[in-house]
Design a protein around this ligand. Structure first.
Ligand SMILES: [Zn+2]
Length: 306
């Protein structure tokens, strides 16, 4: 306990025993007031919550991707752990809805805004991810040396079911997109799915080719989700408010149209800049942005090769 540093007056002494160790705790005050303000716990269902603060712009108000908090008979399962330094805030938010301990972390994918605070949970917490995500995480500095103990210990290839009945969770891998290890986390009894960053926002996705991402396969991967996962109404997504299945279907269509437009632009010999500037899907996709077109065009050009 002597190594444990209390993060301001927010922290109840009781919460300390289970979770945060001094080695990883940030200095008090290093979390911005805007991000603390934006990071709220919101009820999705009676025993499922979402911790917000996931909108990446402005950066000062960002704490990482949306974290799901699922309260089961056996303990609390969380999906994604936000940026480094946010573990205590996640625990404090959970304390406002349940006294049960966190027993399990599911990481939807490798990125530091979804895995950053793994190391702020007790080493006894079971960490689960797709096998490719574990391999991607092992390449990150944050999981080198002693911190390798915060890598997922349990992995799967295509599907993994945890728990039973109303506590059941289905983890699915449907193929490449944002990375090559994106897990879709379904809470079947609640008709809710966490999409991770396969559906982050209504704009072009980040295509992380260094971690096996693919623009060309993206829409096909989303199509498998739509064909396979039934009886879901509500989506917790990577970096936006709650969404619906029709919105995911629209996103699949958007990606089909976007990739087709990029392929046409490349065939026409356009530069990445010209392609990004000339693609206009705003008529068909009314509430979509185009802030992230350029990076996605670049990634798809690279994927298409010469
Ligand atoms: Zn991501």
């Amino acid at each position: 306990m002597s190594r444990v540093r209390v993060l301001g007056a927010l922290v109840a002494i009781g919460a300390l025993s289970m979770a945060v160790t001094a080695a990883q705790a940030p200095a008090p005050g290093s979390l911005s007031p805007q991000a603390l303000e934006a990071t709220k716990i919101e009820k999705v269902r009676d025993n499922l919550y979402m911790i917000t603060g996931s909108t990446p712009v402005p950066r000062e108000a960002f704490s990482g991707g949306n974290t799901a908090v699922f309260v089961t008979d056996a303990g609390v399962v969380i999906v994604d752990t936000k940026l480094a330094g946010w573990g205590q805030v996640i625990l404090d938010k959970i304390k406002t809805v349940t006294d049960k301990p966190v027993t399990t972390i599911i990481n939807t994918h490798t990125h530091g805004d979804h895995t950053g605070s793994n190391s702020m949970f007790a080493p006894t917490v079971e960490i689960i991810a797709h096998e490719n995500t574990k391999a991607n995480m092992a390449k990150m500095d944050a999981f080198k040396g002693d911190n390798a103990k915060f890598l997922p210990k349990r992995t799967y290839q295509d599907k993994l079911t945890l728990g039973k009945g109303r506590d059941a969770i289905d983890l699915y891998y449907f193929g490449r997109g944002h990375t090559n290890g994106d897990t879709w986390v379904v809470f079947p009894a609640l008709r809710v799915m966490h999409t991770g960053d396969m559906f982050a926002w209504k704009d072009a996705p980040t295509l992380d080719r260094n971690n096996g991402g693919s623009g060309l396969e993206y829409a096909q991967t989303v199509g498998k989700v739509l064909d396979t996962v039934k009886n879901v109404d509500t989506l917790i997504v990577g970096h936006s408010p709650l969404r619906t299945i029709p919105e995911l279907r629209e996103y699949q269509q958007f990606m089909n149209d976007f990739v087709a437009a990029v392929q046409d632009a490349k065939k026409a010999g356009k530069s990445v800049d010209d392609a990004a500037a000339s693609i206009n899907l705003s008529g068909k996709y009314k509430d979509y942005k185009n802030d992230r077109y350029k990076a996605a065009v670049q990634a798809i050009y690279d994927e298409l090769g010469k």
